[in-house]
Design a protein. Structure first.
Lengths: 560, 217
């Protein structure tokens, strides 16, 4: 009893729980305090440990505000204040001013990103990315200028050095915000966790990630370790694995790939003891790579979503048109049934009334002449009903048969072609065979076509609910005496139930919820008018309906 | 014998049933059956024929087939309903479906039967329709009789009648009309005589019968 829900849990409930419990901003002050303190510690740690050319801490600030809202602005301010207080030798007013500017810039930026873009949500697109990048650039510039302002107060430096330092900070900020910010927001917004929660997708993502890490490592080794090659000229190689991941996994994958390239690049820079100026150039390349990768990811995601939406729409349209066709068929059947009921009910009404009147006439001892007349009218009305029935039968049998030589293979192929769309959708494989290929029958092409279409439709109806192999065979072959051609429609359905078999070809016998049960009765009638026969070949097991039709005179006897 | 099929009550024997049915077999068989059951039965082959027949004998009811050439059964029910003291209509159909039944009842049909009609149901429906028509006809007759008597009143007498049946005393009536109380008494005596009223209370009853809304209209 309890086993099933437990088995189902790993795929369903943790997904919901994780996003609910961890990826929504906290509402209690206690949780907020813990997060704020953790944030400040991480911010200060990052500020100390990372090189000037890579500042991930602004991204941390923006992501925090974008995710948790303006409640976290004090934490952002505290982080900036402590980091600057510890690092700089300038006076209290300078530190305060710089911390204020930085906190204001990142808070405003984070708020704008959270409020006006869908970055981080699964439906984020290129427009959102553009807005995010614009905000990131403005924030990075403001923060870099604030830092420069503070450092001006510390000691006098040549203008060139100041400009270079500002550029370094600016680049570090922008790269940090773009690379780390995108990743953090993807994670916090639930887009990346969502990728990981779909089991098939997670396996694909992890496999791609392993592959990507391998290629990344090899590429970095090639760039930095193989000395005769120019490092900068080889950088473009890093684009290829990053773009591949972006194409396959959208914005979430792109953010992850860019972050991994950045991490790999930083490790490589440290290991190869690259000079600061060269590192700056690398970070600019990194920025270009990150932005390109993110855009490709965003566009790939948009395209995938559009394709999915189109797919849904197409299947919806197909479903509607099928429902319409079905409704029309039902309506036509109902119309026919209504007309039949009316035409037969009239004489039946009259007969019933006359019979009751006769009874009254006898009971009331009226004159015999009236009774005799009434009984005669009953007979007349019965004749009228009989005539109507005969007229109906003649109507449906009327059209003269237009017999002509038809290639049996063509008849079968036409029937299979008509049903191919539905068969494809149901996953039914139709196999047509005709031995020998030139086999011909003397039939009315339209009428036998109707019979075949009917049999194929029945077979597809039977296969629709079938689990397991869905196969349909249309076969034609010459009867041993060559005067007849045998045609068989067989399927891998469950076959015809014992109790239905006896009345299978009688009108009004149907196992389908909607239907008059006329199809097989009509088919049998048509085949018999051709001088042929239609019967159920299979005694048990999968259904095989077989018919014998007169062979065409010109039909080459088998073996000649 | 089925208790539902005892011969029609004496009061209703001689009541008329109109059968509107284009199928000659159904129509004549129904006519025969209803005649044997004691009704006067008149058949019409179309709605137009019934509408053209002019004044119909009452009390009566009509058994109408839904499918008719020209004006169909539902339209006929709608037209009859628009007339004064409408003829009760029983709608019959050879292929009964819920929507037709609903439309028929909305158009004022008193009953809806499916062909072939069960005899018990048919007689019950006819009896019910005739009973309702008999009441309708009685009310309608009384009303027209009262109207006929009222037409004999002079305009002044009409005014006096209205004021008295509004609940005013002779003196108030006299003041309102600017005549003497004595004259009012003379008017009142005349009114009572013309309307064939024995007491003042009868005047109120007549006023009530006149003001009551026309049933079925």
């Amino acid at each position: 009893m309890s086993r099933l829900p437990e088995a189902a849990r790993p795929t369903q409930s943790p997904a919901g729980n994780r996003r609910d419990a961890h990826w929504l901003p906290p509402t209690g002050w206690r949780q907020r305090l813990v997060i704020s303190v953790a944030y400040v510690m991480l911010y200060v740690l990052l500020d100390f440990s990372t090189p000037q050319t890579w500042n991930p801490q602004p991204a941390l600030a923006m992501a925090l505000v974008a995710w948790g809202g303006l409640r976290f602005v004090p934490a952002v301010f505290a982080g900036a204040l402590i980091a600057h207080g510890l690092a700089s030798q300038s006076g209290v007013p300078g530190i305060l001013l710089a911390a204020l500017i930085i906190a204001a810039a990142y808070s405003a930026g984070g708020y704008a990103v959270g409020r006006y873009t869908r970055i981080g949500r699964p439906d984020a697109g290129a427009r959102d990315l553009t807005r995010f990048l614009a905000v990131a650039l403005v924030c990075a510039v403001l923060a870099a200028l604030a830092d420069t302002l503070v450092s001006l107060g510390e000691r006098a430096l040549p203008l060139r050095a100041i400009a270079l330092a500002t550029l370094e900070r600016l680049t570090g900020n922008v790269v940090g915000v773009v690379v780390v910010g995108a990743l953090l927001l993807q994670w916090a917004g639930g887009a990346l966790p969502a990728l990981l929660e779909v089991p098939g997708l997670r396996r694909r993502l992890l496999r791609d990630l392993m592959l990507f890490l391998g290629v990344l490592g090899a590429t970095l080794f090639a760039i930095f370790a193989i000395k005769p090659l120019d490092e900068f000229r080889m950088f473009y190689l890093l684009f290829l694995p990053a773009l591949a991941v972006a194409m396959r996994h959208g914005l979430g994958g792109a953010a992850l790939a860019a972050a991994l390239v950045q991490a790999g690049l930083l490790i490589a820079l440290v290991l190869s003891q690259t000079r600061a100026a060269t590192a700056l150039e690398f970070q600019l390349l990194m920025l270009a790579l990150a932005i390109t990768t993110l855009y490709v990811g965003a566009l790939a995601g948009e395209r995938a979503r559009q394709a999915e939406a189109l797919d849904v729409r197409a299947s919806e349209l197909r479903r509607q048109s099928e429902a319409l066709a079905e409704a029309q068929r039902v309506a036509a059947t109902a119309e026919l049934a209504g007309a039949l009921a009316h035409e037969l009910n009239q004489p039946l009404s009259a007969i019933a009334n006359y019979a009751r009147a006769s009874k009254l006439l006898v009971e009331q001892n009226r004159e015999r002449a009236l009774l005799i007349d009434t009984l005669a009218r009953i007979a007349d009305e019965s004749t009228r009903a009989g005539e109507f029935v005969r007229r109906m039968r003649d109507f449906y049998r009327s059209g003269q048969l237009r017999l002509q030589d038809c290639a049996a293979g063509e008849l079968l192929a036409a029937a299979a072609g008509q049903a191919s769309e539905r068969a494809t959708r149901l996953g039914v494989e139709i196999e047509v065979s005709c031995m020998p290929p030139g086999l011909a029958v003397m039939v009315d092409r339209v009428q036998i076509g109707t019979v075949l279409a009917n049999l194929v439709r029945n077979a597809l109806d039977a296969l629709e609910t079938r689990r397991g192999p869905r196969q349909l065979w249309l076969r034609a072959w010459a009867a041993p005496d060559s005067a007849e051609v045998l045609i068989e429609v067989a399927d891998t359905g469950v076959g015809v139930a014992e109790e239905v078999r006896a009345t299978l070809f009688e009108p009004m016998s149907t196992t389908k919820p909607r239907g008059m049960g006329l199809g097989l009765a009509m088919s049998k009638g048509i085949v018999e008018r051709h001088g042929g026969r239609l019967w159920l070949e299979s005694a048990a097991g999968p259904t095989r309906l077989r018919m014998a039709l007169p062979a065409a005179a010109a039909s080459p006897p088998s073996g000649v | 014998m089925n208790p539902a099929l005892v011969p029609a009550p004496a009061a209703l024997v001689g009541a008329t049933v109109y059968v509107v049915e284009d199928d000659v077999g159904v129509r004549s068989s129904l006519e025969l059956l209803l005649r044997l059951r004691g009704y006067v039965c008149v058949g019409f082959e179309s709605a137009e024929a019934l509408l053209a027949a002019g004044a119909l004998r009452r009390p009566a009811c009509a058994i109408v087939d839904v499918r008719l050439p020209g004006i169909d059964g539902l339209e006929l029910a709608r037209r009859l309903r628009a007339q004064e003291a409408p003829l009760p209509v029983i709608v019959v159909t050879a292929h009964g479906d819920v929507s037709t039944a609903r439309v028929a009842l909305r158009e004022g049909a008193v009953d809806f039967l499916e062909k072939p009609v069960d005899e018990v149901e048919l007689i019950n429906a006819v009896e019910g329709a005739l009973e309702s028509d008999r009441q309708k006809v009685t009310i309608s007759r009384e009303r027209s009789e009262i109207r006929r008597r009222f037409e004999r009143l002079t305009p002044r007498e009409r005014e006096v009648f209205d004021l008295i049946t509004d609940g005013h005393h002779n003196r108030e009536v006299a003041e309102t009309l600017g005549i003497s109380p004595r004259t009012v008494e003379v008017h009142r005596a005349r009114i009572m005589e013309k309307l064939d009223a024995k007491r003042v209370g009868d005047l109120f009853r007549l006023r009530f019968a006149l003001d009551a809304p026309e049933s079925g209209a």
